[in-house]
Design a protein around this ligand. Sequence first.
Ligand code: HEM
Length: 453
Amino acid sequence: EWILWKYLVGILFALFLLLFALGIRQLLKQRRPAGFPPGPRGLPFIGNICSLAASAELPHVYMRKQSQVYGEIFSLDLGGISAVVLNGYDVVKECLVHQSEIFADRPCLPLFMKMTKMGGLLNARYGRGWVDHRRLAVNSFRYFGYGQKSFESKILEETKFFIDVIETYKGRPFDFKQLITNAVSNITNLIIFGERFTYEDTDFQHMIELFSENVELAASASVFLYNAFPWIGILPFGKHQQLFRNAAVVYDFLSRLIEKASINRKPQSPQHFVDSYLDEMDQGKNDPLSTFSKENLIFSVGELIIAGTETTTNVLRWAILLMALYPNIQGEDSFDDLRIYAKLAKMTIFHSNEEFSILVLKNKKSTSRAEYHRFTPKNQLTKQTKTYYICFSCLGRRHCLGEHLARMEMFLFFTALLQRFHLHFPYEVVPDLKPRLGMTLQPQPYLICAKRR
Ligand code: HEM
């Protein structure tokens, strides 16, 4: 029995030493390196994670406050991961434009590694894989999308389906979110799969819901903790597990969609993005360095769908909310741009700089320059009517590749809606205007009545 005790005490002591060593290692990792930008003090082990992700304030509000104390460039400790926050047009331009090569990477966070192995497009490391995938996506969006003369009429066709559904409510209150998501994602679907999905296609809707949920989960404190301490992944519960489960369902669904889209494929005669990708895969068959693969195809398709849907949907949801909030301007022939962009995208996707292994967040508060343009709903096809709704992170190599498409979509959907309906809140009750954190800042769910003009 005595030997057993000695054995047990030995194990406990070894465990204690191991934990002690790991603790010291973590605390050393959390020390701000010499010359690193200043920033708020964090807690031992978890650094600033709690203040950033779990406080009552939204992250951009917290960061704006820190920037008032520590300056335009400051640092945060995300549990041993050093992050630098850039807050101001000049500093963001300096890094993302003048030093674009250095800041074009994405950080290898455990979550991104697990989700896309740093492949695909949006989260890809800056290298050949990203160059190949970005080139293919940009060309496909131009060739199968806004580069086609008929593409505007394809969007207009979708706006008709959209308007028809709104008509069925006959001015009764309803939440536009699902409808806008379906309609907007169909524009991207046309380019990616060559077809739209009906609004009754609940499988596709479910996939988008899971994807959006994942984007929200990715911004949660417990997933930040997973990034700092990836061993948390072995725990069978928690938000990270929910995220992994959702991702498995989404990838499975996407791979089936891709298979279906390629059934009638004629090699070298692509009809949509998936066809073009498969052609690239064929061409790269004998190239051991080719980055085109079935797996990267799934990741890219998923990223393009969500990047194109969440953002544009939420701009339209804000626009509708603001129209109902200021009903007088709905009747006017033209009005000044809404500056919706200021609400939507306060930060951008993480960038990284390999040399210093830091993260770069852009707090866009001070980067979005106010641009007012006349907006003329009645004049929807007049190209001179410039509508700048949003800041697309037009700076640097990773700038949004869907900007042109998004502008077209937002303009056509918004004008189609305003031309036919007057929007107001049911019983004139104004909903909560506090934004909700997801991939972008989105409005809280709200009901709206669309009355035929
Ligand atoms: C209102 C709509 C949109 C907004 C506000 C928006 C905003 C952004 C922002 C802020 C970034 C990050 C840029 C950076 O890392 O510095 C981005 C990247 C990206 N966007 Fe958009 N976007 C919109 C629509 C779209 C659409 C319609 C698509 C395509 C279907 C798209 C595809 C992408 C992709 C693929 C990236 C990653 C680019 C890369 O890493 O090389 N976006 N977008």
